[in-house]
Design a protein around this ligand. Structure first.
Ligand code: SF4
Length: 460
């Protein structure tokens, strides 16, 4: 959750060094004293919406917590023998290019990003380390105490490093290490290896498939995914590895907020999913994809659809669907927590630009949301100022997003004939700390354009 904020890195630091880095020690102390640490802002935002965050989930589930609290030194140092759980997202290799993802997290995104911006800035393939053999050695050293590994990516099932680590576990006869995956579930084979044959040898495997919607909707949101293949993979997994626990981990966004309850119900009824096997992630950024941008009538529909689903789950499964029910309750709470309709113009702009590159049409795939994608890209007069205030109140808003919001506000003030307010917003946009140089130049160009139009015109 803190990936873009931390300075710690496997380049130049080992896992035990990161475990006791200045940042992590401070984080431990802050957590012990219930002080908010900036690395955790995303979790705090989820908690503010009364939903379960990664932080609270682990705090509630980890039974070893009390023991290690007692062993934490006053400066936050903790013996690395407690490093029993790894979450490894070691490369951005991925076959998909999900709408809300980016080329930092997916090699699949690289070409689209270059077409969108004219310059991707970074190389296509990114890895967390230049020295995988060294990292494998560190993992071998941790092997005696290791209890869990969570593999992410990119896409772990097409990543060589993931297969290397499984071989390390097998060579050390650690088939008892709990494996869990966040995967797009498109490929069960890679480089001549069949992951199901490997999973058969481990006792405890849990797969969380990132599936947002069925059929063409799923294929639109998660470009590169083949829905028929996903269903075949699900059936093969049930047949060949019945011991593998299967969950879905959809990302709740504006695109699937209306249809997610039906998708979940359908998979329960098909027997592809058991109750309590949804790990619903809430999308925070890019902000224009948040479900909170839905206009009031669509938000009401999405909320009603979640509530009907909650009723169905309670009636059909009772307490055994407790986690599913609470996931959909969290979705409702989050949707209702803020009005971000001011972002509809931005959603339109992003969607139309990507549709043009991918030769797709949002409104053909999501006719019920067609009004969101059609129309002008500029913020409309209909966007209430309170909605901008809600957006700017987000602590997690990136500096670039914040600056863009001030410029959009400047445009609104200009359209409403309030030049002083417009100039004030432009000044706020350009005063943002932490703006990357190329974004700053873009913002300056846009600011200049607005300023020119604000200046009194010479008499004809
Ligand atoms: S599957 Fe994951 S890493 Fe790949 S594009 Fe989608 S969100 Fe990004």
């Amino acid at each position: 959750m803190a990936a873009d904020k931390t300075q710690d890195s496997l380049r130049g630091m080992s896992l035990p060094e990161i475990w006791n880095s200045a940042e992590v020690k401070q984080l431990r102390l802050d957590m012990l004293q219930e002080r908010k640490n900036p690395l955790c802002l995303k979790c705090y935002e989820v908690e503010a919406a009364k939903a379960q965050s990664l932080r609270t989930k682990h705090n509630n589930a980890d039974r070893a917590r009390e023991k290690i609290i007692g062993q934490t030194r006053s400066d936050g140092w903790l013996d690395s023998k407690h490093l029993i759980s790894l979450e490894l997202n070691l490369s951005n290799a991925c076959n998909c290019r999900c709408r809300y993802c980016c080329h930092r997290r997916s090699t699949g995104w690289y070409k689209d990003f270059a077409l969108l911006t004219g310059s991707p800035g970074l190389p296509a393939a990114l890895t967390a380390t230049d020295d995988f053999p060294n990292l494998y050695g560190q993992i071998r050293d941790l092997l005696p105490g290791l209890q869990r590994i969570r593999f992410g990516g990119g896409e772990p099932l097409i990543a060589d490093w993931h297969y290397e680590i499984l071989e390390i576990l097998l060579a050390g006869n650690r088939v008892d290490v709990k494996l869990s995956y966040v995967t797009n579930f498109c490929n069960l084979t890679h480089g001549g290896k069949d992951i199901l044959e490997l999973w058969k040898r481990f006792r405890d495997v849990a797969v969380s498939a990132s599936l947002d919607a069925p059929g063409s909707r799923g294929e639109y949101i998660r470009k590169g995914l083949d829905w028929n293949q996903v269903m075949q993979n699900r059936e093969r997994l049930m047949r060949v590895c019945p011991h593998v626990i299967f969950c879905i981990s959809p990302t709740l966004s504006v695109m699937n907020a209306l249809g997610l309850p039906d998708f979940h119900r359908d998979w329960l009824e098909k027997g592809y999913l058991r109750p309590n096997k949804i790990d619903l992630g809430i999308l925070f950024g890019p902000v224009e994809y948040r479900c909170q941008i839905l206009p009031p009538h669509l938000k009401r529909e999405a909320v009603a659809s979640c509530r009907r689903h909650i009723e169905y789950l309670s009636r059909r499964y009772g307490p055994s669907a407790k986690r599913d029910i609470s996931s959909f309750q969290n979705a409702v709470t989050f949707m209702q927590e803020k009005d971000l309709t001011c972002l509809i113009g931005r959603f339109r702009k992003t969607t139309q630009a990507l549709d043009a590159i991918r030769d797709e049409r949002f409104e053909d795939v999501f006719p019920e949301l067609a009004g969101l994608a059609a129309g002008p890209q500029a913020p409309g007069a209909e966007a209430p100022l309170a909605s901008y205030a809600d957006l700017l109140s987000l602590e997690t808003l990136e500096p670039y997003e914040r600056a863009r919001t001030h410029l959009e506000l400047a445009l609104l003030h200009k359209q409403a004939g309030r030049p002083d307010d417009a100039a004030g917003e432009i000044a706020k946009a350009l005063r943002q700390d932490g703006l990357p140089a190329d974004s700053y130049q873009d913002l300056c160009r846009e600011a200049n354009r607005i300023l020119k139009e604000l200046a009194p015109q010479p008499p004809a």
